[in-house]
Design a protein. Structure first.
Length: 318
């Protein structure tokens, strides 16, 4: 299925987009989407990509280089847009999460403040910033934020810093993204890798609650829409707006794989990120009204793309 977002017209210079965290799950998929849409993309990360991104790559450590180093990189790349897809979700201690999700954003904002012609910033946030706001049946951008875990609190601090700065910026609060390259520490990453190995019994944490699951290619389309809406600012929910039981998503992935597997509870409870998060419907209306964005792919398409890449990778390794 192809996106219908408009490409730059003939004679129009392409947006020059730097993607921080360009080799991670979100970053690599964003680089592919933005490059396919005609943007001149540079992926920035500490380590080289494991797969082809179809764009330039620059090894760079934002925290180590600091704001001055990042400002020089942005000037070298003549960046018109900076997408921050860097950060920690599943790996590391609470202090690691703070460093990745808060300190890095501080360096980004300091760098932008020192640039004579600073690029626009697209900060990738998360719906976990909302947490469990009292009395809210739906989560809108105006909903109070009451994060209940370290991940949500760190991402909220980053969002607040972006909004309080003078940077030309938007924050996209993403629901759970699904697609190729999901980290093995994630629930669906664990599931698909065990399926690709032909496991008859898939061992997973307890499958509780519901979630909003979004094809990662729709995330790419949302970032592209933000790139092409330069007047947009503030926070936008990027989600399907539908809640699906987590157990149903896992069962659907198993069916799509064709592997005759059953699920066993390995114990240990829910992940740190999910702990205490009570699912509410996430309303993406503002993104449609301001950015012209809405999700276009089904959960089935997202799960199928995840399975196809993982199973193909296992066959290459065999």
């Amino acid at each position: 299925m192809s996106d219908s977002w408009p490409r730059p017209g003939r004679g129009t210079a392409p947006e020059r987009v730097v993607v921080l965290g360009g080799t991670g799950f979100l970053g690599r998929n964003l680089c592919v989407s933005l490059t396919a849409a005609g943007c001149a993309v540079t992926a920035v990360a500490r380590r080289p990509p494991a797969v082809s991104l179809g764009c330039r790559f620059r090894p760079f450590d934002v925290v180590a280089a600091g704001a001055a180093g990042l400002a020089r990189l942005l000037a070298d790349e003549r960046a018109t847009v900076l997408v921050n897809a860097a950060g920690a979700v599943w790996r590391g201690s609470d202090s690691d999460l703070t460093k990745a999700n808060v300190e890095l954003v501080g360096a980004v904002l300091e760098a932008l403040a020192s640039c004579p012609a600073a690029p626009r910033l697209i900060q990738l946030g998360t719906v976990y910033e909302y947490g469990n706001p009292a009395g809210s049946a739906e989560l809108r951008e105006s909903s109070p934020a009451a994060p209940v875990n370290h991940y949500g609190r760190g991402k909220l601090l980053a969002t607040e810093a972006v909004l309080a700065s003078r940077a030309r910026a938007v924050v996209l609060r993403l629901s759970t993204s699904v697609g190729p390259g999901m980290p093995p520490e994630s629930l669906l990453g664990m599931t698909v890798r065990q399926l690709a190995d032909g496991a008859a019994v898939i061992e997973l944490p307890a499958l509780r609650g519901r979630g909003d699951f979004l094809d990662v290619r729709d995330v790419g389309a949302a970032v592209l829409a933000a790139v092409r809406t330069p007047a947009a600012s503030g926070v936008f929910n990027i989600a399907r707006g539908e809640l699906v039981p987590v157990a149903d998503v896992v069962r659907q992935l198993i069916r799509l794989s064709g592997v005759p597997a059953t699920v066993a509870d390995r114990g240990g409870g829910q992940s740190r990120r999910a702990a205490g998060f009570e699912a509410r419907r996430i309303v993406p209306d503002a993104a449609k009204q301001v950015l012209g964005w809405e999700p276009r792919r089904s959960l089935t398409e997202a799960l199928r793309s995840l399975w196809q890449e993982t199973s193909s990778e296992r066959r290459r390794q065999a």
